[in-house]
Design a protein around this ligand. Structure first.
Ligand code: NI
Length: 169
């Protein structure tokens, strides 16, 4: 496993639409292992492959609390089969938009279909933080960041702050 560099805004690759994965093989599992290690190191609770510059429809996540055992989750080619009309607000952040947090409103519950670490097809219902996180990560696969859901002014301010942060580092 290896740590990868996480791209931050306004890196143009983050706007790319990622491609479907043909087969879940050892090479893809090695990518998912690297993504998980990179996410834990950051630390974060979700990471899409495009955030390390790989335009594939792959997401890793771990929503376990600090006092719980790690619960790594892997999503390949995820699709949303159904989304509730009811929405819920959540204060989101993103490893590609460091130190910026703002409220985004998304469907409160979704039904998902994806391939897991073994390449098996799984259908799963998501609500609460899981629903927020999977929708946030799936946006990444389409080149969309959570700040794209905010006003233009807030989005521009966020990018400006991140640029300053990177410069100061
Ligand atoms: Ni993100």
């Amino acid at each position: 496993m290896a740590l990868r560099e996480i791209l931050v805004v306004p890196h143009p690759v983050l706007k790319q639409v990622s491609a479907n994965v043909d087969v879940v093989d050892d090479d893809l599992r090695a990518l998912m292992d690297d993504m998980l290690e990179t996410m834990y190191d950051a630390p974060g609770i979700g990471l899409a492959a495009i955030q390390i510059g790989v335009p594939k429809r792959v997401i890793v996540m771990d929503l376990a609390r600090p006092d719980e055992e790690p619960q790594p989750r892997y999503y390949v080619n995820p699709e949303i089969l159904w989304a509730s009309e009811e929405t819920a607000p959540y204060e989101e952040g993103c490893l590609s938009v460091p130190e910026i947090f703002d409220e985004v409103e998304r469907p409160a519950r979704v039904k998902l279909r994806y391939l897991n670490y073994q390449g098996e097809q799984v259908e799963e219902d998501a609500e609460g933080l899981f629903a927020v996180c999977i929708q946030h990560e799936m946006d990444h696969l389409n080149g969309v960041l959570f700040i794209d859901h905010l006003s233009r002014l807030k989005r521009e301010q966020a990018v400006k702050k991140v640029k300053k942060l990177v410069k100061a580092a």
